[in-house]
Design a protein around this ligand. Structure first.
Ligand code: ATP
Length: 549
């Protein structure tokens, strides 16, 4: 651990405590000695007692900078984890930041191109067109064809800053996960792992360029979506060059109305685009915020979307896709028993789930929706509520499904903003029914069987032996399962105790070191170090032995 990361760690702890985030932990996670320790950190008291929990969380993330702001934005879509108040507060986080020096932008661009800007571009504009937490966008004209282009370049040192913050986040999440125990619904390590994948994806502009080209090719003949041409030979890890597009930001409804855009058609096309990307192409844009979507200025009676920023794209497995489609169809056929069954068949909830209790819970979510007119039903909210319900039954939320739910919620919100009477079902139903019949009809079955013939011809002779081996194995496993479970529970108990002690001691040691380095008040520093050392010893002794689970 470097001095810089210790300092950053202290800064994170200080901010968390100043905003009273520790008070949000459930009581059973803060035993008395943690409370005592908290009390001894008197210089880090909660300075925002008057504010609600969600607001304090938002302000803390804002203060900690871009990496935490993006984490907050991502968490705001995880309503299966957070309550509505917290999610709404986090959704308000904005990552617009002041631009960085254009001389640095020029340097970074030339380093990637390995050539002076003037040799390839003319009229490079030093004033950026946009500036976000990860990148900055400049305009220019391409010398080779005279086309207007934009150059998107990563901020200086952004990778290092993100890597350092991610390291600390991962450490904290792993510790928290051990304290909370395996079965906890927050699963911090999983959340941070998802976040890591997302943010690292945004740091590779070459990957973004490839995604953009793939999406563009999928919609080349479409009258609903246009993706700007990407100059792949001028795209690198830190630089992306693409056609400059003109349009009206999708959130500017007044401007859209002023030019006479057919908003009903636009809203319906948005829904169609979502279903086409998910079900036809299995490649969907998963970062649909207003800054990334523009609407064409030309022929407003036949409007199309312009999609930017393909850093985060989602795909689903074939089976998830099918279960999802069936889920939508079951919902609109008002068949909640089928919905409950689908969650279990798909493996999204454990096979040991009490089917009746789960059905009842699904009924509670769905029935109030069934009483509404179709144009008031929110697909996204139903899906979200279902995930939330399934959480209680130990759902294993797939990151890709969360991306999809987020995108669906966004598309739906956008559609209704553009055209409040939008009937999602009427728009989506023909598409889904057609797709399902292609997946499960006799022709689909025939095609699948034909495709798998060579595999089965190869495997069939091994089948009797495999069946026999598996039966034998099952017999042995049953006996050892109970023993394993008992051992596991003992291991968990010891591990929790040891983790509490080790974390507390780490906090004490960090605080002690920082106080000592500042040389202001020495007795709390020595006190913290001594107590930290003692707790470390106790935690070390209390750790479970005999291998890992
Ligand atoms: N091809 C383009 N033509 C015109 N403007 C563009 C183009 N690409 C990007 N922009 C402008 O730059 C802004 C930022 O671009 P983009 O969203 O790709 O960057 P980002 O760093 O990923 O931002 P965020 O963090 O908000 O996702 C866009 O909102 C848009 O205004």
């Amino acid at each position: 651990m470097t001095v810089a990361s210790i300092k950053r760690g202290y800064q994170v702890i200080r901010t968390a405590l100043h905003f009273g985030l520790d008070e949000m932990l459930p009581q059973h996670l803060t035993p008395r000695y943690v409370g005592l320790l908290r009390g001894s950190l008197f210089w880090l008291r909660n300075k925002h007692k008057d504010k609600a929990g969600g607001e304090r969380l938002k302000l803390a993330m804002q203060e900690l900078g871009p990496v935490y702001i993006k984490l907050g934005q991502m968490l705001s879509t995880r309503r299966d984890l957070l309550n509505d108040e917290w999610a709404e507060e986090l959704a308000m986080l904005q990552d617009r930041v002041p631009p960085f020096d254009s001389a640095l932008a020029r340097q970074a661009i030339e380093a990637e191109l390995k050539a002076p800007i003037d040799s390839l571009f003319e009229a490079f504009c030093d004033e950026p067109l946009a500036s976000a937490s990860i990148s900055q966008v400049h305009t220019a004209t391409l010398k080779s064809n005279g086309e207007s282009v934009v150059l998107k370049v990563l901020r200086p040192q952004v990778e290092q800053k993100i890597a350092a913050d991610l390291k600390l986040m991962t450490l904290a999440a792993n510790l928290l996960e051990r304290v909370l125990g395996e079965g906890n619904r927050l699963r911090p390590a999983e959340v941070i792992q998802d976040y890591r994948t997302t943010i690292l994806g945004e740091l590779n502009l070459k990957l973004e360029a490839l995604n953009a080209t793939k999406l563009r090719n999928n919609f080349l003949d479409s009258d609903a979506l246009y993706v700007p041409y990407v100059y792949e030979e001028l795209c690198f890890q830190r630089l992306m060059v693409m056609e400059r597009v003109e349009g009206i930001p999708v959130s500017d409804i007044d401007a859209l109305k002023a030019q006479g855009t057919d908003l009903k058609l636009l809203a319906e096309r948005g829904v169609e685009l979502f279903f086409t990307q998910v079900f036809r192409d299995n490649f969907f844009h998963a970062d649909m915020h207003p800054g990334n979507i523009f609407i064409s200025r030309e022929h407003p009676h036949d409007p199309y979307y312009i999609g930017l920023d393909c850093g985060i794209m989602g795909t689903l497995s074939e089976s998830d896709k099918r279960y999802l489609a069936e889920n939508f169809l079951a919902f609109f056929n008002r068949d909640y028993q089928r919905i409950a069954q689908l969650y279990i068949e798909s493996g999204w909830v454990s096979g040991n789930t009490d089917l009746l209790a789960f059905e009842q819970a699904v009924k509670l979510v769905c029935e109030p929706m069934f009483n509404k007119p179709l144009d008031e039903i929110s697909f996204g909210h139903v899906l979200l509520e279902l995930f939330r319900t399934a959480r209680r039954f130990d759902i294993v939320v797939q990151p890709q499904l969360v991306l999809l739910e987020k995108t669906l919620l966004y598309i739906e919100g956008l559609g209704r903003q553009l055209y409040p009477q939008l009937d999602l079902w009427q728009t989506a139903k023909p598409f889904l029914e057609r797709w399902m019949s292609e997946q499960v009809g006799p022709k689909a079955m025939f095609d699948k069987v034909r495709g798998q013939m060579p595999y089965w011809a190869d495997k069939l002779p091994e089948l009797p032996e495999l069946v026999y081996d598996n039966l034998k194995l099952g017999e042995k496993l049953l006996g050892s399962q109970q023993q394993l479970l008992d051992k596991y529970l003992r291991y968990q108990r010891k591990s929790h105790k040891s983790n509490y002690l080790l974390i507390t001691s780490a906090i004490l040691l960090i605080c002690g070191t920082i106080l000592l380095s500042q040389g202001l008040i020495l007795w709390p520093a020595y006190g913290s170090l001594a107590a930290g050392g003692l707790l470390w010893l106790l935690g070390w002794r209390a750790r479970p032995r005999g291998g890992k689970f």
